[in-house]
Design a protein around this ligand. Sequence first.
Ligand code: MG
Ligand code: ZN
Length: 361
Amino acid sequence: MKKITILFLSLSLLFGCNQPQKTAEKPSSPRIKNIVLMIGDGMGIAQVYAGMTVNHGSLNLEQCPNIGLSKTWSASSYITDSGAGGTAISTGKKTYNGAIGVDADTVPQKTILEYAEENGKATGLVATSTITHATPASFIAHQKSREMYEEIAADFLKTDIDVFIGGGLNHFKDRKDSLDLTKTLQADGYSLVYSMKDLEDVKKGKVAGLVYKEAAPPYEDGRGDMLPDATTKAIEILSQDSNGFFLMVEGSQIDWGGHKNDAEYVVTEMLDFDRAIGRVLDFAKADGQTLVIITADHETGGLSLTGGDIEKGEIEAVFTTDYHTSVMVPVYAFGPGSDDFRGIYENTELFQKMMKAFGFR
Ligand code: MG
Ligand code: ZN
């Protein structure tokens, strides 16, 4: 006992001179170890309130104490698409509609996911579209056009992403160049998973979850809890990394309901996305070192609610377009650093704010 005490004393004498410096480095708020960015594609305020009304007046995302608004215009248009919208959030650069991880001059830009990787964090992507679709692609690929799905799939192999779960198996396996990228993924140490059932058995390591050949079906057509379950699984695996993680989760099909002017489709996708939000917030609350950001790339459908009944869970929905609109979209933030997401700012600032939260340069 005595020896230990003496050793302890001499150690504190040795390191004593470093102490003031150490204290100065320590942030006053809890350290941000993980970021979960959740993008509801096409999710404007009306989509959120439609879901809230049908759910009889509440949503999980209401637990976020800090709220902001994001301006979504792109370098080429007053009205963005998901390529430019995703790239603005992932790289901090306004670019042209259709761009994937490249700036307005088609120059590749490093994404927040790539920065996270470079800094030793685990990384993941989850979506209900194909995983090669514009929104998830913007975080990992660098291509001139969002239509280059097979090139985007090949870009996954140039990274060290740990977990990706979504549709799009065909873009990896059934390709024009007849390459089978699933074999390359396997050789790179990924567990290849082709169904949500098989995903349950994976407990650790790198995971390529290509659980549908194309996009996942709409929730209305039997997708079940694919999005919440894939989100939970991604967190279960990524949180094993002691350096923390970055995860982007997309509720891809809120947008597709908007394009179809189908209120039922919008609401069922919104509620599904909110269930995934509930899972993430449960983790973040228990963890205490996770910043959660929930936002959209743009609004879709020009949705307005001209009537409704919270008790009955009914809405009267009117769409004004079958495309996207220019209106600002909400940003909901929870956890350490979430107060930095208050206010009105450009979508590109989401990137800057995430970089700052992680302490990256
Ligand atoms: Mg999308
Ligand atoms: Zn769209």
